[in-house]
Design a protein around this ligand. Structure first.
Ligand SMILES: [Fe+2]
Length: 264
C-alpha cells in the first residue's frame, strides 16, 4: 500500500475513533457502517486489479471507497437516522467532511478532485455525462464496490433478523405484498426503477436484481457478483416471500444473461 493510503487510513480511523465510547465501542449502527466500508474497500481493490487499473487509478479508487460513507457517523449522531430524505444527503455530507478535514491536502490536485467527486456522487442514480479517465474510473469503481457490499449487507440482514415477524428489519416494508408490477416491468425493460414504487420487501429485493442486471459497470464486478451468488440468493428469497412467477422469470432472464457473458 502506498504511504498516501496508509496516512489516509490513519486519518480515517482516527476520525471514526472520535465516535467511540469510553469502552472503545462504536454504536452498533456505526460499527455496521465501518464494516460496510471495509467491504467496499475490498471490492474496490478487486475491481482495480481485475480491470487492470494503473497505480494512480487504483490508489484513487481505494481512497474513494474508504471515504465514501465518512458522513454516516455524524449523520447518525446528529439526526439519529441513515435516511437521507429525513436528514442530509450523506454523499455530499461525506464530501464536505473529507474536504474540511484536509485529509487529501497533500495529494496531487487531479487525484484529490477525482476522489472527492467520486465520494460526492456515489449515491446518485446516474453519473453526469462527460466524466472520463481517472474521474470516471474512480466514480464507477466506488459505485460498483458499494453495490457489491450492499448485496452482502442485505443477505446478512435476512440471515440475522426475524424479518418475517419484525417489520423493523426492513424499514416496515410489508413482507407479504407481491412486487409492484411497475418495478418488475422497469427491470425487465431495462429502465431505472422509480423508487416511489418500492412498497414491499419484494420490490426492494427486485431493485437489487435490477442492479445486478444493469447497474454494475465493470465486468469484474459482474463476475464477483456471480461468484458470490448474489442473484441466486435473491431468487431463492423471492420464492420464500411468495413472489409471483414474473419475479422468478426475471431472475432467470438475468441469470441467463450473466451465463452468456461469462461462458464465452
Ligand atoms: Fe453511501
Amino acid at each position: 500500500m502506498t504511504s498516501a493510503l496508509v496516512a489516509l487510513r490513519r486519518d480515517y480511523a482516527g476520525y471514526v475513533d472520535t465516535f467511540r465510547n469510553g469502552q472503545g465501542e462504536l454504536p452498533a449502527m456505526m460499527q455496521l457502517k465501518l464494516e460496510h466500508t471495509a467491504g467496499v474497500v475490498g471490492a474496490a481493490r478487486l475491481i482495480a486489479q481485475g480491470e487492470g487499473f494503473d497505480e494512480t487509478d487504483a490508489r484513487c479508487a481505494e481512497a474513494a471507497a474508504l471515504l465514501h460513507d465518512t458522513g454516516r457517523y455524524e449523520q447518525l449522531l446528529r439526526y439519529n437516522t441513515f435516511r437521507d430524505s429525513d436528514s442530509v444527503d450523506h454523499a455530499v455530507f461525506s464530501y464536505e467532511i473529507v474536504r474540511s478535514k484536509g485529509w487529501l491536502a497533500a495529494w496531487p490536485a487531479r487525484e484529490r478532485e477525482a476522489v472527492l467527486e467520486a465520494v460526492r456522487m456515489h449515491n446518485r442514480r446516474e453519473l453526469p455525462a462527460g466524466l472520463a479517465g481517472l474521474d470516471l474510473k474512480c466514480a464507477c469503481a466506488v459505485r460498483d464496490a458499494d453495490k457489491l457490499d450492499i448485496f452482502r449487507v442485505l443477505e446478512e440482514r435476512i440471515k440475522s433478523t426475524d424479518w418475517r415477524h419484525d417489520a423493523r428489519a426492513f424499514w416496515n416494508l410489508p413482507v407479504n405484498l407481491p412486487p409492484d408490477q411497475e418495478v418488475v416491468a422497469a427491470i425487465r425493460d431495462g429502465r431505472p426503477v422509480d423508487y416511489q414504487y418500492i412498497k414491499s420487501l419484494a420490490d426492494f429485493v427486485l431493485v437489487q436484481v435490477g442492479w445486478i442486471r444493469s447497474g454494475l459497470v465493470y465486468a469484474t464486478s459482474r463476475r464477483l457478483c456471480r461468484d458470490r451468488g448474489h442473484l441466486e440468493f435473491r431468487r431463492r428469497f423471492l420464492r420464500e416471500l411468495g413472489a409471483p412467477p414474473a419475479a422468478d422469470e426475471l431472475c432467470a432472464l438475468v441469470d441467463a444473461e450473466a451465463e452468456r457473458e461469462f461462458s464465452l
